[in-house]
Design a protein around this ligand. Structure first.
Ligand SMILES: [Zn+2]
Length: 326
């Protein structure tokens, strides 16, 4: 190795002496930077607001699970949809993200990622938040789209410590009741493990939880409005950020599998509490986004999680936001 390196250097010196450019092949390639990844956050301006995506991680899955997740699907329909989007054939793989909004008045998380105790490949949100230049202590509000583990466990990993010690948690009254009322337990499709995780996430915030009614256009914070999307859970909502005539929608779980569900928005989702209502919410949201062309983001939208929705035949297509540097 050392000999090769010296040899390459000598070769380089000889070439330099001859006045020639050094061909790329003359140098040994550096070792691959295994595990090194680009920054796990991306910040954009949105009117007077600043919106930062934070990459929490990803959820794996196997192809065998697709039929359970999409009971209306047939395997031969799934393959071409994924191939059409150049998706790597890895079953139900989906990214997990969260959004940090500086509205000028508030520093707000919209959902806050999961934790490795529930899904081993999640839990990066706090590191991404710090890397983005803020601290969890500075966050004054956490808005929850719903109380599912990969959206809410970032609140608390152990059920006693508040990861956002100074934050108020805002969630719809109906979702809060769904996850805390023992009478509702039988309606949770995913069972006790999800119930335990949801309760663990919010427990340390007792006295700091503001439950709000699920109502169209409810202004939960200045410039941040609610867009109800029930079905996935009874109180599942999206949030609309409005500033200087610019509007952006951030959803929770309108779609988990973008390549499949945007092409087939009417396929029911097996893990929805009310899958028919979930279909209505998905179609209504996608239709609104395609009609208005506003920017959107979502917890399982491909990284870095900003894009737009356009119509495509009977369904829709996701178009990532181009990176523009001015
Ligand atoms: Zn989710």
């Amino acid at each position: 190795m050392e000999f090769e390196r010296r040899h390459a250097l000598l070769g380089a010196a000889a070439l330099a002496a001859m006045g020639s450019a050094l061909p790329a092949q003359a140098q040994a390639a550096p070792p691959p930077q295994r595990g090194a990844n680009p920054p796990r956050f991306l910040r954009i301006k949105h009117g007077d607001m600043e919106v930062t995506t934070l990459l929490d991680g990803a959820m794996g899955g196997v192809n065998a699970g697709i039929q359970t997740f999409f009971p209306d699907s047939r395997p031969e329909e799934i393959v071409p949809l994924r191939a059409r989007a150049f998706a790597i054939e890895r079953g139900l793989h989906q990214p997990v993200g969260a959004y940090l909004v500086h509205s000028g008045r508030n520093l707000v998380m919209i959902d806050c990622g999961g934790h490795s105790s529930f899904i081993p490949t999640t839990g990066g949100t706090l590191d991404a938040l710090r890397a983005s230049g803020y601290t969890p202590e500075q966050v004054d509000t956490v808005l929850l789209t719903h109380i599912h583990p990969e959206h809410a466990l970032g609140l608390s990993y152990d059920g006693t410590t508040r990861n956002f010690p100074n934050a108020e948690v805002v969630v719809t009254q109906i979702d809060h009741q769904f996850w805390t009322d023992p009478a509702m337990e039988s309606r949770v499709p995913q069972g006790q493990r999800f119930i335990e995780a949801g309760r663990r996430a919010i427990r340390p915030y007792t006295g700091r939880i503001r439950t709000v009614e699920m109502r169209q256009d409810l202004e939960v914070l200045p410039g941040i409005f609610m867009d109800p999307a029930p079905g996935h859970t009874p109180g599942h909502v999206s949030f609309r950020l409005t500033s200087q005539n610019e509007t952006m929608l951030i959803w929770g779980d309108i779609a988990h599998q973008m390549t499949i569900q945007l092409a087939r928005p009417r396929w029911r989702v097996g893990v929805d509490v009310d899958s028919a209502m979930g279909v209505e919410s998905r179609v209504r949201t996608l239709d609104m986004l395609a009609s208005t062309g506003i920017l959107m983001g979502g917890v399982h939208v491909p990284w870095p999680g900003f894009g737009r929705i356009i119509r495509d035949g009977e369904g829709f297509l996701y178009v990532p936001r181009p990176q523009q540097f001015s």
